[in-house]
Design a protein around this ligand. Structure first.
Ligand code: HEM
Length: 286
């Protein structure tokens, strides 16, 4: 009798316990081969003896992993738009919306640090700062927030630097959206379509007019759905920035950041930036 037939006979008769999982593997488990859990769970090298540092480090690592997934989704969406496959793009954007929600939920363990708790390990961080996160920078580049100077901190890490340089020179997700809208007959100006994609995207009144026209039309149309998926992304990125800002304000008040910035004052300025700006301003005209 095959193992499967054997199992179903047992289940029908109800006489024996269900089969237990396999215990016997020649090498490492297939789970380990796939997940690399042994590697992943031995990367928590804290720098102080403070018991509260572990969750700070792991939250940061968890956020890096979410950044990686979200960058993957947005690169998928950008490529799909380039290939005129809006359905694939919207699917990827919608996945990223759920992932951004999970990313933002991971602020919870750090959201209420007191200055004394944070001080217990802060000095051990030296000049280390999330500002130096290359994956976060790729995420910002995909949103159109490009800046060549953001490559400078990564000169000492060739692979990271090469990936960032490539991302700097590629059209952002928003550039691909606007090129796609132009191919669909919308009046996106040439200056926007041929802009230097290594520079920060600047809002355009003509692009605002394009989104106004799209949103004024059929509310269930494909382009409105694309606009709404992008608006969800923009809102959740804004929420991440603001949760970060509030957590920082609680943990360190107005002190300077470990990365050398003015701290909260600098983050406040960053949080004011609108993601996909015309998707917000067009709403006043619909
Ligand atoms: C409560 C804990 C945290 C505090 C007090 C804090 C503080 C700061 C400060 C002051 C800055 C400005 C740059 C500087 O001078 O260092 C900054 C930037 C940044 N932090 Fe945090 N941070 C915290 C947690 C995190 C976590 C868990 C992440 C996840 C990766 C993170 C990611 C970032 C990023 C990406 C930036 C750059 C933002 C940008 O370029 O606009 N931070 N943080």
């Amino acid at each position: 009798m095959s193992q499967q037939a054997h199992r179903s006979a047992d289940t029908t008769a109800g006489t024996q316990e269900p089969e237990t999982p396999n215990l016997d593997f020649a090498g490492t488990t297939p789970y380990e081969d796939y997940v690399k859990a042994d590697v992943l769970t031995h990367l928590q090298h804290t720098l102080s003896d403070d018991p509260g540092e572990m969750v700070f480090l792991v939250t940061t690592q968890v956020m890096e992993l979410w950044f990686t997934v979200i960058v993957h989704e947005w690169e998928t969406a950008a490529r799909a738009l380039r290939e005129d496959r809006p359905g694939v793009a919207v699917d990827a954007l919608k996945r990223s919306v759920r992932e951004l929600e999970a990313l933002n939920a991971s602020w919870t363990p750090l959201g209420q640090l007191t200055p004394a708790q944070f001080n217990s390990y802060r000095s051990a961080l030296g000049e280390g700062s999330g500002f130096q996160s290359a994956m976060y920078r790729r995420l910002e580049f995909l949103l159109g927030e490009k800046s060549a100077s953001m490559l400078v901190p990564h000169r000492g890490a060739p692979r990271v630097h090469a990936e960032l340089e490539k991302a700097l020179h590629e059209p952002s997700l928003y550039d691909e959206v606007l090129r796609f809208l132009a191919r669909r007959g919308h009046a996106v100006p040439d200056a926007v379509l041929t802009r230097d994609v290594t520079r920060r995207y600047e809002p355009s009144e003509d692009v605002e007019a394009v989104w106004t026209e799209i949103y004024t039309g059929d509310q269930n149309a494909e382009l409105t759905r694309l606009g709404e998926a992008l608006t969800d992304v923009a809102e959740l990125v804004w929420r991440w920035r603001n949760d970060h800002l509030v957590a920082t304000r609680r943990a360190m008040g107005a002190k300077a950041g470990t990365g050398g910035s003015a701290g909260v004052a600098w983050l406040e300025k960053r949080a004011q930036k609108n993601v996909f700006p015309e998707l917000w301003t067009a709403r006043s005209h619909v």
